[in-house]
Structure formats: C-alpha cells, structure tokens
Write a protein of this length. Sequence first.
Length: 256
Amino acid sequence: MMEKKDPVVSIVTPVYNVEKFIEETMDSVRAQTFEDWEMLLVEDGCKDNTVGVIEGYLERTGEERIRLIRMEQNGGAAKARNRGVMEARGQYLTYLDADDLWEPQKLERELAFLRERDAAFVFTGYEFADENGKGLGKIVRVPETIDYKEALKNTTIFTSTVMFDLSKLSKEELMMPVMKSEDTALWWRVLRGGVIAHGLDENLVKYRRAGKSLSSNKLEAIRRIWNLYRKAEGMSIPSSALNFVFWAVRAVKRRI
C-alpha cells in the first residue's frame, strides 16, 4: 500500500457558530482548480448546529481532504488558528474564515505568484460581499509589496487572502497572539522581522461582512488599532497617532 503523501497547501479555518455559512465556504474550497490541499476546520466550542452541518456535509460528499478538529473549549480565533497551524501538513499555509468565499482560481493563482516571487508571505485583493455571499462591487486593490513601516499605516492585508511558505517561516513564527486583531498583529510581527509581503492585485476572495461586528463597529476598530500600536508594537503616542491617521484614511477608502 502506497504511503499517503502530504498535501501541498493547508487551509486553516476557525469554526464558531457558522451553520448558516460553512457549507458554502467548503464548497468554494472544493471548487478550487488547484486540488492538492487539506482544509482544517478547527471547531471552537460551537453552540449551534455547525458541527452537525459539517459532519453531514463530509458524509454526503465523501470529502477526505477536509478534517474536523475539535478544541476542548472555546478559546477564540487565535487559539483555533494556532491549533490548525500546528496540525497543518502542507508546505504552504493559508487561512480562510468560515463565512468567506474563495474564487475557484484562488489557490492556483496565489501559489504560482508566491513561487514566481520566491516569497515567504503573499496576499491578494478581495471584494466585499453581502450576507448571501454576493459581491457588492467594492473591490480592495492591493499594493505590489508591503514592508513593516507601510503595514503600520495600511491594514489592507485580509486574513482570507494570505499564504505563507512554511519552508521559509516556521510554525512557531506564525503563532497568532491571543488579542483582538490577532491576524494584523501577526502580519506586523512577521514583517518586523524583515520579511516583505507581496501583493497579488487580483480579486480572488469574497469577504462576507454580515455578522462581523468587530470589523463593522468603527469605534471598536479604532480601539483595536490603537491597542496594536501601543501594546503589540510598543509605539509612543506621537508615532501611534501618526500611523493612525494614515490607517484611518485608507480604512475609509476601502469601505466607500
């Protein structure tokens, strides 16, 4: 019997009370033109029927590339993602939030881009979508590259668009801190170490805004970014304020 080889790409998805969306998200992964992947669904103490929906889907489709991992108790998105990262078997690591959607060529196009650039960290453009996953026509364009200083002013790197090369960055380096906006805190930490993030300016992801109260609540977003500047990065008040102004302008532009 031939030994089963590891997948090329690992997809980490934290799962919490998403019974309404998770099937469509899994469908978007199974529709990928690049097929050598595994999807790690890290269930984080759901209180609805999300687990039943996933189990029914896997039984119905016979999809062996999707694995359901159960956390012992609810710990939040950062801990769930970190558990998925530690169990990932692929050379390339991606994230997909449980209510977001990928275009069919997302993995194929992004992996080719990463290899072409010989990059450790890449990300793509995306489109805002409504609760039904329908694109709203508001597409976020991304720059060719982002370094640490630029990232402090521009939080355009969206979690469901990211891909890392685990031959260039270790899993330990990719552990998300347990705090609000843990994903942005991770990007900054990686970039602070000298890595350059490369942007593929193609719309390959739909960012479903419904139910994402943290992202839609402007006051909360302001608190989170300020907390990142002051606590995660240890920046002075003047430096934090300067970067905040640039961040605010770009954040508004992305949403109008």
